[in-house]
Design a protein around this ligand. Structure first.
Ligand SMILES: Cc1cc2nc3c(=O)[nH]c(=O)nc-3n(C[C@H](O)[C@H](O)[C@H](O)COP(=O)(O)OP(=O)(O)OC[C@H]3O[C@@H](n4cnc5c(N)ncnc54)[C@H](O)[C@@H]3O)c2cc1C
Length: 537
């Protein structure tokens, strides 16, 4: 039986993909954390298969570069009706912010890569076969009761707890939050197979009212089918070897395929009443669960981890005010709900219920494609809600730059003075970053403001146009923006922006006002030296 630390800064409950992402982000920020999981082994059920560019960017923040786990870029997603033919096609080829718009992957590969990353962070301990059974918040800390496989128990004191313990979350129950929403009436059989005789290279939704079937290709020579079971069809019979072979026969000789995994699920559309109570936070499926029709369950959980972990780190390590943690719920819950609503809408197209509804809904979608702006919106991922906040931890207001506070900063390729070429997020690292677009913003900071910013985990980066040799930075790094994604793409010459470690734009304005921008940022974060940075009256 492993010995557990008696006191940590953050206890992460659940070492699924979201708990692992959170633990690796906390480790990257130098936070002392313990991550536990009741299961001694990695869970290998067939679950998440698709990730978007936002998820891949968050995994990059976690320290997983492209190639850290196998992925397969998907060029398009097609939706097919038995009555109207192809009624929608979404272009997913190409990339956004340095990552493919859509890939498929094998969830256990990703989880292994994340766990390896977590083990490289000295401040993070992991304990498998350890279950959370109790939580009590008192005296400015949370006391967690943990049970080992042999039945013995231990108490761990944590400043904060992240419940990443999945849809049936014990953490959510222990802090008394409801999980409101809807459970679908249908069962779905998920089958992953290898050696498929006629493989496809994309994702397709076969929207037959009697047997809706999403079908997609995945790395490692795999294909996935998700078969909706008909009323009266038993789970056992459908998932039996014969049942699976019958369902797959349309795609070739099933006996030549290797059935790797199968499972029957019911889908849910639910969100917790709040994403935190006191010092306890929910993330991933513990906070929200969605039907998988737009492949956003895990992606949403990764967004949670990225949004929450830097805030915890700033409170624990840089003296930021604990009140910034309230913005986790303000920022994440509305977006998670919008994604679930999109998945529910998509579900209505995928499983139309009967032939008349199929003709009507699929036919309407075909008609909408005749209207060019609507077609463009449908085909170019225009229906996907942006992860842009209207309220939260940023200075409100708009400026004349293209940057939107509360929105994510684009990512581009940067070249350093030594000729090395890196993605901008890798250059910025796990910092609060002051960007000077053209001029070196650091050179314009008063000494007290600069000292307070550095103490608050701040770092200065100068971004130059490609080939520009002006204004050498003397207080931070200086990089050329090779393709103009950031400058002039996002901000004009002479601009400054302060970007959170999760790459959300927190503040921006002319570089001539950089002292004010930094002071307002420090005030918002409530860091202890914010007062010292204030201008002398
Ligand atoms: C068929 C299907 C297809 C999907 N497709 C996609 C997709 O394409 N894209 C996508 O983004 N998402 C998809 N999802 C959703 C995705 O799989 C989940 O959102 C994701 O796995 C949730 O991760 P998590 O870490 O929050 O929870 P989990 O993976 O459930 O991990 C929770 C962990 O907590 C542990 N635990 C539970 N209780 C305790 C306790 N009391 N003490 C200690 N440990 C505990 C569990 O053992 C588990 O390891 C799909 C889901 C399904 C079912």
């Amino acid at each position: 039986m492993m010995s557990l630390p008696s006191k940590v800064d953050v206890l992460v409950v659940g070492f699924g993909p979201v708990g692992a992402a959170a633990a690796s982000l906390l480790g990257g920020h130098g936070v002392r954390a313990l991550v536990i999981d009741r299961s001694p082994e990695l869970l290998t059920h067939p679950r998440a298969i698709a990730l978007d560019n936002e998820a891949l960017r968050i995994l990059q923040l976690c320290g997983l570069p492209e190639g850290a786990f196998p992925t397969l870029a998907i060029p398009y997603v097609r939706m097919h009706s038995p009555y109207c033919g192809e009624f929608a096609r979404i272009n997913t080829g190409g990339s956004i912010d340095g990552h493919p718009k859509l890939v498929t992957f094998f969830q256990p590969d990703l989880e292994r890569a994340l766990r390896a990353k977590v083990s490289s962070h000295a401040p993070v301990d992991t304990a498998l076969g350890v279950e959370l059974t109790g939580l009590a918040e008192r005296e400015g800390a949370v006391f967690a009761t943990l049970k080992h496989a042999d039945g013995s128990t231990a108490t761990v004191e944590a400043a904060y707890v992240i419940g990443a313990d999945g849809a049936g979350s014990a953490v959510r129950r222990l802090i008394g939050l409801d999980f409101q929403g809807h459970t679908y009436a249908e069962d779905w059989l998920i089958v992953d197979a290898k050696h498929v005789p006629r493989p496809i290279d994309h994702v397709e939704f076969l929207c037959h009212p009697r047997r809706p079937t999403p079908h997609m290709v995945a790395p490692g020579g795999r294909e996935r089918w998700e078969f909706m079971l008909r009323p009266g069809e038993s789970r056992e019979e459908a998932a039996s070897d014969d049942g699976v072979l019958r369902l797959l026969s349309r795609w070739g000789r099933p006996e030549e395929m290797e059935i790797e995994r199968k499972a029957v699920y019911r889908f849910h559309a639910r969100t917790a009443d709040a994403f935190h109570r006191g010092r306890v936070f929910l993330a991933g499926d513990a906070a929200h669960i969605t039907p998988p029709f737009v492949g956003q369950g895990l992606v949403a959980g990764l967004r949670d981890a990225a949004n929450l972990c830097w805030k915890l780190a700033w409170v624990l390590r840089h003296g930021a005010s604990p009140s910034i943690l309230d913005s986790y719920d303000t920022e994440r819950r509305p977006h998670a709900r919008k994604m679930i609503a999109l998945a529910q809408w998509m579900g209505r197209l995928v499983m139309p219920g009967n032939a008349a509804t199929a003709v009507m809904t699929h036919g309407l979608m075909r008609l909408l494609r005749l209207v060019p702006p609507l077609r463009a919106r449908l085909e170019e991922l225009g229906l996907k809600p942006r992860h842009r906040f209207t309220r939260g931890l940023f200075v409100r207001g708009r400026t004349r730059s293209r940057l939107v506070r509360g929105d994510v900063l684009p990512q581009g390729w940067l070249r350093g003075d030594d000729g090395s070429v890196r993605l901008s997020d890798d250059v910025f690292g796990p910092s609060l970053t002051l960007l000077g677009f053209g001029p070196d913003a650091g050179a314009r900071l008063d000494a007290a403001v600069r000292a307070a910013f550095t103490a608050a985990g701040g770092r200065v980066v100068q971004l130059r146009h490609r080939g520009q040799r002006l204004h050498r930075a003397d207080h931070g790094d200086s990089w050329e923006d090779l393709h103009g994604a950031l400058t002039p793409g996002a901000a004009p010459f002479g601009w400054a922006a302060i970007v959170r470690p999760d790459r959300t734009v927190l503040h921006d304005g002319p570089v001539s006002e950089v002292n004010r921008l930094v002071r307002e940022t420090l005030r918002l974060l409530g860091t202890p030296r914010a007062a010292e940075a204030a201008p002398t009256p």
